[in-house]
Design a protein around this ligand. Structure first.
Ligand code: 4NP
Length: 158
């Protein structure tokens, strides 16, 4: 069974579309999407430098378009992966009582990286470092999906 996965960041033009593009390539056909908690860039393609960095590694982000996270996403996605604690707190705030979607940090899937969030390259300019971390974590995510561990303990309350 393929549990639909949603990657969430702030603008949906850097980190979460990169995670979506990497995941799409690693798990073709698995239901996946990305969204931003903010709406400033709705309808835009991923940020140019993010696309260039991803393209250099063979990930094509060009078909993706930004959209804002909506409460209905809790009905569509079993696993919602946030890039940082700000995104996580915002989606947790919006989660309807009784909804069973699992909310986690993407970095939970790369514990060896020793990071508790994916830093925002929109501000840092480090698009390559961002991709390094995202690729590691998405690999870990795929491994946990293979092992059936994706519905593990909800880490959002740590
Ligand atoms: P993202 O980066 O959350 O990784 O897409 C951002 C891009 C744009 C803005 C914030 C974060 N912004 O405020 O415009």
């Amino acid at each position: 069974m393929s549990q639909p996965i949603l990657f969430v960041c702030l603008g949906n033009i850097c980190r979460s579309p990169a995670a979506e593009g990497v995941f799409r390539q690693m798990r073709p056909g698995h239901p996946v999407d990305s969204a931003g908690t903010g709406g400033w860039h709705v309808g835009e393609p991923p940020h140019g430098p993010m696309q260039v960095a991803a393209e250099a590694r063979g990930y094509d982000l060009s078909p993706l378009r930004a959209r804002q996270f909506v409460v209905a996403d809790f009905d569509r996605f079993d696993l919602i992966l946030a890039m940082d604690d700000q995104n996580l707190a915002e989606i947790k705030r919006l989660q309807p009582v009784g909804n069973t979607s699992v909310l986690r940090r993407l970095t939970d899937y790369a514990p060896e990286a020793g990071r508790d969030h994916v830093p925002d390259p929109y501000y840092s300019g480090d698009f390559d470092g961002t991709l390094d971390l995202i690729v590691r974590a998405v690999r870990g995510l795929c491994q946990s999906l293979d092992e059936g561990l994706d519905q593990g303990p909800d880490q959002s309350l740590r």
